[in-house]
Design a protein around this ligand. Structure first.
Ligand code: SAM
Length: 291
């Protein structure tokens, strides 16, 4: 008997093994499209659980490929909209959609062009195992969204481990930099899972990790433009003292004084909160930012 209507306990349709899906549809992995497929359904199930309970939730998946992660999301009860650039994958995804009536919509498009917010029309969790270059570009787009909080409820994204470490790094860590500040000044970012390269078919050269990001409950109201100017200048010369690296940034000297930040410090020692404190003073005091 089990609880009726619950995605996780509702009987899931039997699906062919992912290896068979790939063979039947001749989905040889394309290097150009960054295709490294995940076929381990237990692992895929664990990734699909990272955003939390997805029963009845809207999910946007980028790059479903043969549909391994997609089927895990559907089994969790999600309503999935997926954008895939490789049309060879569409028949396999259509079969998956037939097994979960009215739960999967696949759009053939480039995720870098696709307007997911408009297509979905409701807040959604974003889940993706993406080629790394596309993943970083989309991450930056989602993190710099305006207005804030954005249309997305959470991000669950596979990155190469080195990028994942940059996203979640703290002041003083080797990997700490612009991406860390961008990901953490109005979101909470954590490394949810490390994934060995051998989990992928074919295996990529480097290790991977899944990052989970949720918008912070109480974000600080500072402008994105100021944060970007500050972090670009500070980390552009990360080993220089701030009084040197922030020389060209209007209002930065005064902001360091007001915020009590020693100008002999270097960017990599400033916490995310320190950057926010500087930006806040600059937002309040600099009327028109100079170019
Ligand atoms: N989600 C599948 C999995 O986990 O096995 C496939 C992951 S594979 C790393 C990346 C997928 O993203 C491929 O299916 C590829 O065709 C697709 N892709 C690559 N670039 C894309 C883009 N710009 N827009 C949409 N999909 C893209």
């Amino acid at each position: 008997p089990g609880a009726p209507g619950r995605g996780l306990t509702a009987p899931s349709p039997a699906l062919p093994p992912l290896r068979d899906v790939i063979r039947t549809h001749s989905l040889q992995a394309s290097k150009a499209l960054g295709q490294n497929f995940l076929l381990d359904e237990q692992l895929l199930g664990r990734i699909a659980r990272i955003p939390g309970d997805l029963d009845g939730a809207a999910v946007f998946e980028v790059g479903p490929g043969p549909g391994g992660l997609t089927r895990a999301l559907l089994r969790a009860g999600a309503d999935v909209t997926a954008v895939e650039r490789d049309r060879r994958c569409l028949p396999a995804l259509a079969e998956l959609g037939a097994a979960f009536p009215d739960k999967l919509r696949v759009v053939e498009d480039d995720a870098l062009r696709f307007d997911a917010a408009a297509a979905i029309g409701a807040p959604a969790h974003i889940v993706a195992n993406l080629p790394y270059n596309v993943g970083t570009a989309l991450l930056v787009r989602w993190l710099t969204a305006d207005p804030w909080p954005s249309w997305w409820l959470s991000l669950t994204l596979m990155f190469q481990a080195e990028v994942a470490e940059r996203i979640v790094a703290h002041a003083g860590d080797e990997a700490y930099g612009r991406l860390s500040v961008l990901a953490q000044w109005r979101s909470d970012a954590r490394l949810a899972m490390r994934v060995h390269r051998s989990a992928f078919t074919p295996p990529p050269k480097v290790m991977s990790a899944v990052v989970h990001i949720v918008p912070a409950a109480q974000p600080t109201a500072v402008s994105m433009a100021t944060m970007e100017r500050l972090t670009a200048a500070a980390f552009g010369q990360r080993r220089k003292m701030l009084r040197q690296s922030l020389k060209g940034v209007a209002g930065a000297d005064r902001a360091m004084e007001v915020a009590g930040i020693d100008p002999t410090r270097r960017a990599e020692t400033l916490s995310v909160a320190d950057f926010v404190a500087l930006a806040r003073v600059m937002d309040g005091e600099v009327a028109t930012p100079s170019a």
